[in-house]
Design a protein around this ligand. Structure first.
Ligand SMILES: Cc1ncc(C[n+]2csc(CCOP(=O)(O)OP(=O)(O)O)c2C)c(N)n1
Ligand SMILES: [Mg+2]
Length: 1005
């Protein structure tokens, strides 16, 4: 049967051009294979075949304009129906029916159940203790006979009924201030506690000794003891029992270590034999090789650290998106699901950072049960208590529970268990609830007698409860985060949890074991020096087998290789697959696409106008036809796909959605309909630049964290790029990310109407500060194509640890053909685009980038035709790259004063060319000024310094003085200043172009 294929609904567009025909008569094609590419003035989109079959007739040619319903081709059908379409409709309509039925039945139930009880607040007084007792006994009986699950079910039913009856229930955001897992349900650690305790003591000691030693060398070096001291057990239990390393059989759990606890990780690696004493002695002395970095920095210790976490708040959110990206890779069939987990350690003070908690609802929504947060609640941050007047643990519980996380509180250690058991009236729990963190902190600083008086002393019953205990016994009442069994139990519950992320909120003591010098006192965080007495105390507190002499020399302690401790420690890690942290990569490179995949971009577009953003999107569409590259592309968009003309990607490769699509989209009939699918490739992030950047980092480091090279392309409004997420860009750089950042709608005057907060005139400056960021501001589509292909080659085929920032514009114009032999110049940062050499008396070197290069080109024409001034027009694709090379050559020349001066690339370009340089861009002058020192020619720059504002492009360019008229007038003036021309020409030009000399400099407007 012959079928006609016509243009489907393409949304608001009419009469769009066919720019490519992707099939020939006689081709056998599958359903969804693209037939043609259509391009409007905003975007390009492929039209897929609705059925499988053989093309018998083509009814269009390139350049034709088509609309909805236009006949494209005829196809001989090879399979009868368009199954996919049908299935979706069938599924979603059934689904809708189910939802409606469910809703109806619920409504009926609710209506019939509503009684005439009106809401009342909860009374604190027990008016019938006997009845209360009966209820509690019933509950206990259910727990005992039918188990906790049945008990929870009944309670939920009762609670639902209470809501239906209009009762106001108590606030359920938080649970009492006790451990979530009761002692009866606790899973005790199977480890040898004696040995583990010793290992922990040695790690504690060595971590502290390392910091103290460094500060003996120089007080400048700094370091932290108190953070790891409070978290040692939290790490140790993970290291001994839970965290599985990467090896040939398993992808490895990923652990985000709290930045300030780095000394503890070095100390453990020392016991494991992975770091030497010499290396520990070089903590924070990295300049000569072999030093240890202050905090986790993959850039500085690429075989050790995986995740940069020390800029607080970035670790938690990066880890959330890491967990999601892991699920993405699994759902897209690129990785096996091995049950890998992502563990994240953060401080309680760190949760103040908006980034720390900013994406926790996403983690729950995406059901990230591969994610475990451990918040170390030592109740202190740098200056003092985190919540002196409240309770950080309760506050966090409320936030995480509210967001839908599985919350496990580990507040009290085992020594409290008998007291809680003996607390028949609940008074102890009441007291635990009413004490605020400021008091809890003071109690750990002031000793057992103080706790007896201030904590238990409040109620006579509690005083009695501890009457047989000594002050020392009371002092020993430990916090949950220092109890290996409690921690083990919580971690193992976290590992088992399904369907939601878990947070372990552990209570600890900051500077645990540091005594007077730093335990639970406000200055703990800054403590980097311990005097002799402090060190002796620390040794005794943890029974570290060192003599007084050794302590005074601050020696490290490492038991013999065949000691039970070292054997145990190594055996545990062997069982868990290897050492952690360790960074490695076994990913295969991706072959760069053949040059011809971008061939179309090397030709002139003739009269056809397009933006560089459209050109880039077309390149991506072409890349999706390259079998090596297509599956590895990760397009990332924070709710701006339509702005950048990328909506064609929705249907073509799908939007990633872990639950698929449970609804029929409003635009399902359209070619670019909103298609969410479990195997979707596009990461449509919603309005979160931070989140999108974290996805980019996860994808850009997949080569090491998942051993699969991915190609993330994150497209954003350039103003909301580096400026908004600058710290993440540094973290991504530190993590050795490889991928593309595309600053779209870039340039101060290019995005005309959006005004001040949208108009970017400086992102390239920010990009230039990151050493491994390679950045370009191309004007023409062939430049974009050459740059983009080289990026793919360098990063993903050659595996260079760099990332690309490329600006793209939304201004439509026609693009010329690529001049001969300019590829090298495009990549180095400048090439000769055009020369005017007909007159030959006065000459200038005109440089421009981005859309403003076009103003320079137009100005050159005026200068030539009206003033007889010749120009060499340089397209400067990257002032940033030129500057880098300029600096390097200058340094080499300075280092070698006896050698012949080496020329930098700019000098090589300009050496045989006359006249001053006029550089003009859509960015602040500092952007082009970067190359001023690297040429000895007179240099004038024009740029867009000042606040943006909304107006037409023409008016904006006039305002910022970067339009062709200003370029002409300022050039004439510069020539006058260089005494190459009289000043009359300039004065006349100012008049001719109505340039108001009295107008204030734009930075003052
Ligand atoms: C973004 C950022 N701001 C400030 C700091 C400086 N800083 C380092 S640690 C710290 C306090 C940490 O407190 P907390 O998170 O409770 O960790 P703890 O050491 O108590 O475990 C501060 C303010 C930082 N590292 N990063
Ligand atoms: Mg803290």
């Amino acid at each position: 049967m012959i079928n006609s294929i016509s243009v489907p609904d393409i949304g608001d567009f009419d009469s769009v051009e066919i720019i490519e025909i992707l099939v020939k008569v006689g081709d056998h094609i599958n359903k969804d294979d693209p037939i043609v590419t259509l391009e409007s003035d905003k975007s390009s989109v492929e039209v897929p075949s609705p059925i499988t079959g053989k093309i018998t007739e083509l009814n269009i040619k390139v350049g034709d304009k088509v609309s909805k319903g236009s006949l494209l081709a005829k196809l001989e059908n090879e399979s009868s129906t368009a199954e996919g379409e049908k299935e979706i409709k069938k599924d979603s309509s059934d689904l809708k029916k189910e939802i409606v039925e469910e809703k109806n039945s619920e409504t009926i139930k609710t209506i019939s159940n509503v009684k005439k009880n009106f809401a009342q607040s909860v009374s604190d007084d027990d008016i019938d203790p006997l009845e209360t007792k009966e209820w509690i006994e019933s509950l206990n009986a259910v727990i005992e006979n039918d188990g906790p699950s049945r008990a929870s079910y009944l309670l939920n039913k009762v609670v639902s009924q209470a809501y239906t009856s209009g009762l106001v229930l108590p606030d359920t955001r938080t649970t009492p201030y006790i451990n979530t897992i009761p002692p009866e349900l606790e899973l005790r650690s199977p480890g040898n506690q004696n040995i583990e305790k010793k290992i922990r003591a040695y790690i504690r000691w060595n971590a502290a000794a390392m910091v103290v030693r460094a500060n003996k060398i120089s007080g400048e070096l700094g370091g932290h003891i108190g953070t790891f001291a409070s978290a040692a057990t939290l790490y140790d239990v993970g290291m001994n029992h839970f965290w599985r390393a990467k090896n040939k059989n398993f992808g490895g759990d990923l652990i985000y270590f709290q930045g300030h606890s780095a000394p503890g990780m070095y100390a453990r690696a020392f016991l494991e034999g992975r770091l030497t004493e010499k290396q520990l002695n070089k903590f924070r002395q990295e300049v000569d090789s072999g030093g240890l970095s202050s905090y986790p920095h993959p850039w500085l210790m690429p075989k050790f650290w995986q995740f940069p976490t020390v800029s607080m708040g970035l670790g938690p959110i990066m880890a959330i998106y890491q967990a999601r990206f892991l699920k993405y890779l699994i759902n897209r069939g690129l990785l096996k699901d091995e049950g890998r987990k992502i563990w994240v350690f953060l401080g309680d003070g760190e949760t103040d950072e908006p980034e720390s908690l900013g994406a926790i609802s996403l983690a729950a929504r995406e059901k990230l049960d591969n994610l475990i947060f451990v918040v170390n609640c030592n109740l202190q941050r740098l200056d003092g208590p985190v919540r002196g007047n409240g309770k950080i643990i309760q506050e966090l519980e409320g936030s995480f529970r509210g967001a839908g996380w599985n919350v496990l509180k580990v507040i009290w250690g085992s020594y409290w268990d008998p007291l809680l058991k003996a607390d028949k009236t609940g008074l102890l729990m009441k007291r635990m609830n009413e004490v605020v963190d400021g008091e809890y902190q003071a109690m750990k600083a002031k000793g057992g007698a103080y706790v007896r008086e201030k904590f238990f002393g409040k109620y006579p019953e509690l005083t009695k409860l501890v009457s047989s205990m000594t002050d020392n016994d009371i002092w020993k009442l430990n916090r949950g985060g220092h109890d290996p069994h409690k921690v083990y139990s919580a971690y193992s519950a976290a590992m088992q949890n399904k369907g939601s992320p878990t947070v372990v909120i552990a209570k600890t003591v900051k500077g645990y074991g540091m005594g007077k010098s730093g335990e639970s006192i406000n200055t703990t965080h800054q403590q980097k020096k311990l005097d002799e007495q402090d060190l002796l105390y620390y040794r005794d507190r943890f029974n570290v087998p060192l003599t007084d002499e050794q302590v005074k020399n601050i020696e490290y302690y490492r038991p013999a290789e065949n000691s039970e401790e070292i054997k145990y420690l190594k055996e545990r890690r062997k069982q868990l697959g290897g050492f952690i942290p360790e960074r490695s990569s076994f990913s295969a490179p991706i072959k760069a696409p053949p040059k011809d995949i971008f061939e179309a971009f090397m030709k002139s577009t003739g009269d056809k106008e397009m933006s560089t953003t459209m050109a880039l999107v077309r390149m991506l569409t072409n890349l999706l036809r390259d079998k090596n590259i297509a599956p590895r592309l990760v397009p990332i968009i924070p709710d701006e796909a339509r702005t950048f003309g990328m909506e064609g990607f929705f249907r073509k490769i799908g939007i990633y959605a872990h639950e698929g699509q449970k609804y029929e989209p409003e635009d399902s009939e359209q070619l670019s309909s909103y298609k969410e699918t479990k195997s979707g490739q596009v990461l449509e992030e919603g309005i979160t630049e931070a989140g999108a950047m974290c996805s980019w980092i996860a994808a850009a480091t997949a080569y090491t964290n998942h051993d699969i090279e991915m190609i993330p392309i994150y497209i954003f409004y350039s103003m909301f790029g580096f400026q908004r997420i600058g710290d993440f860009a540094w973290a991504g750089a530190d993590a050795q990310s490889r991928g593309f950042l595309i600053g779209a709608t870039a340039g101060r005057t290019t995005l005309a109407g959006e005004g001040l907060q949208h108009q970017d005139g400086h992102s390239h400056i920010l990009a230039s500060t990151i050493p491994n960021c390679v950045s370009y501001d191309p004007t023409f589509s062939y430049e974009m194509a050459v740059i983009f292909r080289e990026g793919l080659r360098r990063m993903h085929e050659k595996k260079e640890n760099i990332f690309y920032y490329i600006t793209a514009m939304n201004e439509n114009y026609s693009h010329p053909a690529k001049p001969e032999g300019v590829d090298d110049g495009i990549l180095k940062g400048m090439y000769l685009f055009k020369e005017y050499k007909n007159k030959g008396k006065i000459k200038i070197q005109l440089m421009g980038s981005g859309t403003i290069l076009r103003e320079a080109i137009a100005a050159a024409k005026i200068l030539s035709e009206e003033y007889g001034i010749d120009s060499d027009i340089w397209s400067v694709t990257s002032f940033n790259e030129l500057r880098k090379e300029g600096m390097e050559i200058e340094r080499r020349n300075l280092l070698n004063p006896n050698n012949k001066k080496e020329k930098n690339y700019i000098e090589k370009c300009l050496e045989k060319r006359d006249g001053p340089v006029i550089a003009v861009t859509d960015y602040v002058r500092a952007f082009s000024d970067q190359i001023r020192p690297y040429t000895d020619k007179p240099f004038y720059s024009l740029g867009t310094d000042g606040f943006g504002r909304s107006d037409t492009r023409k008016n904006l360019r006039k305002f910022f003085e970067v339009d062709k008229e200003h370029i002409v007038a300022y050039t004439l003036s510069a020539l006058a200043k260089e005494q190459l021309l009289g000043s009359d020409s300039a004065e006349k030009a100012f008049k001719k172009y109505n340039i108001d000399k009295k107008k204030a400099f734009p930075t003052k407007l």
